[in-house]
Write a protein that binds this ligand. Structure first.
Ligand code: SF4
Ligand code: SF4
Ligand code: SF4
Length: 273
């Protein structure tokens, strides 16, 4: 590969990173505008939230009877929720947790909080909390709770909802301390503390990553094992050990397709899509 070709590819990848940042900021602004100016109602923006639709299906107790849904749920929750959730699932089957890296407004906020924090990496999470498995337990717990209470249970605690609903003047009591804790975690441990360990929506999308179609491709032969990709990863994915050395594409449940590893690689051998 000559120098000109390498520089072309480098430029193209820089555009990928820029595209991701543009997408994040655009979605964040769109959600804030929709919430504040257009809907001006606490719950209308929930229609954009895959977690709300997932819970709505469980809150309706899986009553698949057409009579029930035709009368009260078919147009209100069931069909739109299945369709909207289906679109997010399709996205996850194609690109893994790309929602987390490119679209989630709360993930974007945490990205900026982590980036601007003067306290980052001053503390270390206790080993017991350093477990990405916790978020699956939280997801299952809240889906069971939604089923039992016929309510979208996590929305009472959701830190993202504190921001969105707060803009419309609607205070969700339990979510305020959770929001404060998550901001603290973001400042001291980075977005990973919420997105990798605790977020139930992150857990839902992570379920599709092992078999998603377009993972970041690796190249064992050209890798110099400089570990720059590992260092650049905000989710602490062991890119070299688990994927490059194994000759596999990156299909890690914690990979949010942020492209940091792609940009960090001096050999430019990590490729997406
Ligand atoms: S893990 Fe949760 S908060 Fe983080 S980016 Fe994904 S959906 Fe958003
Ligand atoms: S593996 Fe690469 S794309 Fe995935 S989260 Fe880590 S740095 Fe981002
Ligand atoms: S940054 Fe590139 S060359 Fe370095 S270890 Fe990662 S893939 Fe290999």
């Amino acid at each position: 590969m000559d120098e000109e070709e390498k520089s072309d590819k480098k430029e193209k990848r820089m555009k990928q990173k820029d595209l991701r940042m543009a997408s994040q900021v655009l979605v964040l602004i769109l959600v804030l505008i929709l919430t504040y100016l257009v809907y001006s109602a606490a719950f209308s923006v929930c229609w954009l939230d895959p977690m709300w639709h997932l819970q709505a299906l469980f809150a309706n107790r899986f009553d698949m009877s057409m009579d029930t849904y035709f009368m009260e749920g078919l147009t209100r929750i069931f069909v739109p929720s299945v369709l909207i959730l289906g679109a997010f699932v399709l996205l996850a089957i194609l690109f893994g947790r790309i929602f987390c890296g490119w679209f989630c407004p709360f993930g974007t906020m945490l990205d900026y909080i982590e980036g601007m924090s003067p306290f980052r990496e001053r503390l270390h999470l206790p080993d017991e909390l350093n477990d990405p498995g916790i978020k699956y337990a939280i997801l299952i717990g809240f889906l069971i709770l939604s089923f039992m209470t016929s309510q979208e249970a996590f929305c009472e605690f959701c830190p993202a909802g504190t921001v969105v609903k707060g803009l419309t003047g609607h205070v969700i009591f339990f979510s305020i301390p959770i929001f404060a804790i998550v901001i603290f975690l973001g400042l001291f441990y980075g977005r990973k503390a919420w997105c990798s360990y605790l977020c139930p929506l992150g857990a839902f999308f992570a379920l599709f990553t092992r078999f998603h179609l377009f993972g970041i491709r690796t190249n064992k032969e050209e890798c110099t094992k400089c570990f720059m990709c590992n260092k650049a990863c905000p989710m602490d994915v062991l890119v070299v050990e688990n994927y490059i050395q194994e000759g596999k594409k990156i299909n890690d449940p914690e990979c949010i397709k942020c492209m940091n590893c792609v940009d960090a690689c001096p050999k430019k051998i990590l490729k997406f899509p």
